[in-house]
Design a protein around this ligand. Sequence first.
Ligand SMILES: *[C@@H]1O[C@H](CO)[C@@H](O)[C@H](O)[C@H]1NC(C)=O
Ligand SMILES: *[C@@H]1O[C@H](CO)[C@@H](O)[C@H](O)[C@H]1NC(C)=O
Ligand SMILES: *[C@@H]1O[C@H](CO)[C@@H](O)[C@H](O)[C@H]1NC(C)=O
Ligand SMILES: *[C@@H]1O[C@H](CO)[C@@H](O)[C@H](O)[C@H]1NC(C)=O
Ligand SMILES: *[C@@H]1O[C@H](CO)[C@@H](O)[C@H](O)[C@H]1NC(C)=O
Length: 595
Amino acid sequence: MKCSLLWTVLTVAAFAAATPAARHSLKVKESIAVPRGWAKRDVAPRHMRLNLRIALPQSNFALLEQELYEVSDPAHERYGAHLSQAEVNELIAPRPESVQQVKAWLAGHGLREEDLSFSPAGDWIKVAVPVSLAEEMLDAEYHVYEHSEGDTLVRTASYSLPEHLHEHVELIQPTTLFSRFRGMKTSFRLHELDASVAPPASAPPIHVPSASGGKVDASCNTTITVQCLKELYNAVGYTPKANTGNQIAATGYLDQFANLADLQLFYADQVPAAINTSFKLVSINGGQNNQSEPGGEANLDTQFAFGISHPIPATFYTTAGSPPFIPDVGTPTDSNEPYLDWVDFVLNHPNPPQTISTSYGDDEQTVPLSFAQRVCNDFAQLGARGVTLTFSSGDGGVGDGDPDPATQQCFTNDGHNKTEFLAAFPASCPFVTTVGGTHLVPETAISFSGGGFSNVFSRPKYQDQQVEAFLNKLGPKTFAGLFNKNGRAYPDVSAQADNFRIFFEGRAALIAGTSASCPTFAGFVALLNDARLRAGKPPLGFLNPLIYSLKSGFNDITTGNNPGCGTQGFNATKGWDPVTGLGTPNFGVLEKLVV
Ligand SMILES: *[C@@H]1O[C@H](CO)[C@@H](O)[C@H](O)[C@H]1NC(C)=O
Ligand SMILES: *[C@@H]1O[C@H](CO)[C@@H](O)[C@H](O)[C@H]1NC(C)=O
Ligand SMILES: *[C@@H]1O[C@H](CO)[C@@H](O)[C@H](O)[C@H]1NC(C)=O
Ligand SMILES: *[C@@H]1O[C@H](CO)[C@@H](O)[C@H](O)[C@H]1NC(C)=O
Ligand SMILES: *[C@@H]1O[C@H](CO)[C@@H](O)[C@H](O)[C@H]1NC(C)=O
């Protein structure tokens, strides 16, 4: 029955597509200025296959968002009543008319039902087509674009759709997406175990009132270990359970592989109870975990997220399909940002891990608006289902989005070349918890801590009070015109981000970045979920409405700043600030507040 209905539609559409009137009705759907750094090279190889992803409007995202806020607001009666996969899918399923119209359009170009694949809720359609057909369907001109640092992409600066389809298609990629997805780790130093960097054995502990027992080992001022973080964030002596249904995960992209032998060395060094345990490996799109090629980022993320939260069951997601890629191969190339493949995969899972850490991101201004909004909405779906997503805030201070390499000045890519602070994405998505960085004991903001205001997403209500308080202190003149004071402000929280002692290629190494603070914060969220699940309560899920409503539970960081774009950046201040957010976690206090 479904089939015959489809056939009727197909015939009509095929006929319509063939008429000249239909061709003339193509109307520009999206057109962008190619971001700085990218140069147009040859026309794209005609036969190269593109995995087109077509986003259909979600029928009821507004209601999903409302429900997300209700189940995430501790003052609401529905707090913790997370939605099931089926409930979420029902809210975001596209309207049948949209599905029909898009299928008919595709059929008009010879693409049959069996050529298409659908996301779990049916709101994304994926279809592989040669460049030549994509150009015809979208009235686009695909070229190879080359970045000054050598990456290549096949993209078009604009694309069109038949006018009647505009309301049924939110976006199609790869078309206008010119981002350069990257890990957030700033520095990676092999540690020579030089005695000069360790404190003298007799150094007295550092007095930190909020820490476990009010003190932190002196060595933590120069080298961060799991024990240091548990002391500093007041979690010493808390032992989570393995069998509550709680899970934690870290994501891996860009061929960053987590090494199992290094993990054992790390455990032997810092978490002896975890020796001989490991994580579950989940491969997405054929993602590898090649043990001959350990990745510093992947080792950091897994060692600290899983070391802090041991024995909570842990998963490492390895997702393939990342730029740069070779534009002339004949096989389909997944050249969209790989977190879209990842989020598809996880949304498809009935019981995803309750805490997931991601230390990768893009420059917000290189991500087309439609794409950023859609990916962010996908993250909201996970939040509604009770998943906490943490993202690194970036490692470039207020200039996180790729300042001009020669001048360190920051310019917009929208064709206006305006001087402006540059935000990072997904850090700027209001539905994730974004983690900035600190260093030293007692803590101060670290200078690279990514922070600022989105130019895409407006400020969510949950942070109105704190962000307005900050803006009032800042005054209207400071950095006027350099940032969007009505934008979603980040980071939300922070944690240590320097001198993390990891194991890499069989040796100890020190590593820094909001890549370190993000899995750290996620580790403590997993411990909080342990406490909640053991008390018979649901997991924390989307964290932000809760944490912005708390009067305690965070160590306010009030010193340091995050320079960038030729400025000194913002200052860490009393209360929320765009350097360290609400501050670093005080687990002991938070545990009492959430159970
Ligand atoms: C921690 O290290 C910083 C920077 O090296 C130093 O200035 C500070 O005195 C040290 N703090 C303590 C308590 O040793
Ligand atoms: C870990 O496994 C190895 C090999 O099976 C074994 O020799 C060792 O005793 C185990 N260590 C611990 C701490 O369980
Ligand atoms: C793993 O990496 C090594 C070293 O780079 C390489 O020779 C080998 O082919 C890789 N294995 C797989 C399965 O990709
Ligand atoms: C943008 O403006 C700056 C300073 O005004 C200039 O140095 C730079 O070359 C301009 N870039 C582009 C792409 O126009
Ligand atoms: C940061 O603090 C310094 C020192 O008090 C001050 O000079 C500067 O103006 C402040 N910057 C901002 C952006 O508030």
